[in-house]
Write a protein that binds this ligand. Structure first.
Ligand SMILES: *Cc1c(COP(=O)(O)O)cnc(C)c1O
Length: 430
């Protein structure tokens, strides 16, 4: 299958990136469990290392199974190129790597996965990279936060844990005006519900650990580049616009055009940081993506049913699901994720923190785990776990208040999910 974009999503999620194996005709993408690839001859090896010819050298850089997944995700996101990484967090570092340098900063939304808040506010400091957190609903504050040293703007399409929807188009307009790329973490929405690139994002990152794989089997991540950002337009991105000393002086932006960012991420990012996805992991995720649209439809349908039931229950204070008409983010669905607001949200239990803990311990079908986007329903008390390292102010801004629990609604029978919540709420609020 060569020319992706003429096919529908349901076709692409199965066929994109998955031509029959050229060696054997195998219909399913084989797991190429190999570290290295034999060069045809010495000239071939030199050409590959010069990026004069594209091919396989060593699996830290590229591997056919991993490449099939990268191509599939790139096509589903409508990008020009993409790479897969060992985890979602690896993907975030990889996405920032070609853009940042000591003294440079990223302007990030306050509403993010807790691990990302910690990664950006603490860990990247060690690289000399800075961060400024802003409420992305306040576009003036966002514009004001972007300064001469800002090299990226970062947000989530459907933000963890509250399920809040970011107005990606409006945020992209602010980023564009400042000449800075917008990175959107599309983990909670997946390309089935949201296409950040079509809304103006430069880069999309994923934790493929979640819905893309869909069953909680492997960790992985991906970075997809739109190919639309003009790296040569300013002197802000020297790794892409000027001779790259880490690759014998190649000017990636000149030599590789819309593939500059992707090739930089492989030739330098994966080569030197080594945050590579393994072929076995890529296989599981390829299997997951084949049924993505079907699962997401059911996730959304179930989330609506469960969120509506919770909102009408007197033991519940409020529910944050953007798919409820009561949500302040309800009007953004049409614009940002027209097929639905995902299946991730929080709700506040009357009785506060103690009742939340009791609820978590009383559920039977819901699993108490630090994960989301699984076929099975999951619950966690974010403030004491995934968002534990945040200050109370950061927790509040992220939507991870101590009196809320986060649900990741699975694809089980929704009546069973409601019955389980009903019995656990009874115990939690007794
Ligand atoms: C889980 C998650 C991550 C981190 O991904 P890992 O695969 O766990 O490293 C990043 N962003 C979001 C929105 C997530 O849910």
């Amino acid at each position: 299958m060569t020319d992706g974009p003429t096919y529908g999503f349901d076709t692409l999620q199965i066929h994109a990136g998955a031509n029959p194996d050229p060696a054997t005709g195998a219909r399913q993408v084989p797991i190429y469990q190999t570290t290295a690839y034999v060069f045809r001859d010495a000239d071939h090896a030199a050409a590959l290392f010069n990026l004069a010819e594209v091919g396989y050298i060593y699996s830290r850089l590229t591997n056919p199974t991993v490449a099939a997944l990268a191509e599939r995700l790139t096509i589903l996101e409508g990008g020009a190129g993409g790479i897969c990484c060992s985890s979602g967090h690896a993907a975030q570092i990889m996405a920032l790597f070609p853009l940042m340098g000591p003294g440079k900063n990223v302007v990030a939304s306050t509403r993010l996965y807790g691990g990302t808040v910690t990664q950006l506010s603490q860990t990247i400091k060690r690289f000399g990279w800075g961060v400024k957190f802003v409420d992305f609903d306040d576009l003036d504050a966002l514009a004001a936060a972007i300064d001469d040293d800002t090299r990226a703007v970062f947000c989530e399409s459907i933000a963890n844990p509250g399920g809040y929807i970011t107005d990606i188009r409006a945020v992209a307009d602010v980023s564009d005006a400042a000449g800075v790329p917008l990175i959107v973490d599309n983990t909670s929405a997946t390309p089935y519900l949201c296409n950040p690139i079509s809304l103006g994002a430069t880069l999309v990152v994923h934790s493929t650990t979640k819905y893309l794989t869909g069953n909680g089997t492997v960790t992985g991540g991906a970075v997809i580049d739109s190919g639309k950002f003009d790296w040569m337009a300013s002197d802000k991105f020297p790794s892409l616009s000027q001779p790259e000393p880490a690759y014998h002086g190649l000017v990636f932006g000149e030599a590789l055009g819309p593939m500059a960012y992707t090739f930089h991420s492989i030739a330098i990012g994966l080569r030197d940081l080594g945050m590579t996805m393994n072929p076995q992991g890529a296989h599981y995720t390829l299997m997951g993506v084949e049924t993505l649209s079907l699962r997401m439809q059911k996730h959304v349908e179930n989330a609506k049913i469960v969120a509506t039931w919770l909102e009408n229950d007197p033991r519940v204070d409020y529910v944050t699901y953007a798919g409820l008409p009561s949500s302040p983010y309800y009007d953004r669905i049409e614009k940002v994720c027209p097929k639905g607001a995902g299946a991730l949200f929080t709700f506040a239990v009357k009785g506060g923190y103690d009742a939340c803990m009791k609820l978590v311990d009383s559920l039977e079908i819901f699993s108490h785990v630090a994960n989301l986007g699984d076929a099975r329903s999951l619950i966690i008390h974010s403030a004491s776990t995934t968002h534990r390292q945040l200050t109370p102010e950061q927790q509040k801004a992220a939507g991870a208040d101590p009196e809320v629990v986060r649900l990741s609604i699975g694809i089980e029978d929704p009546n069973d999910l409601i019955a389980d919540l009903d019995q656990a709420l009874a115990k939690a609020t007794a």
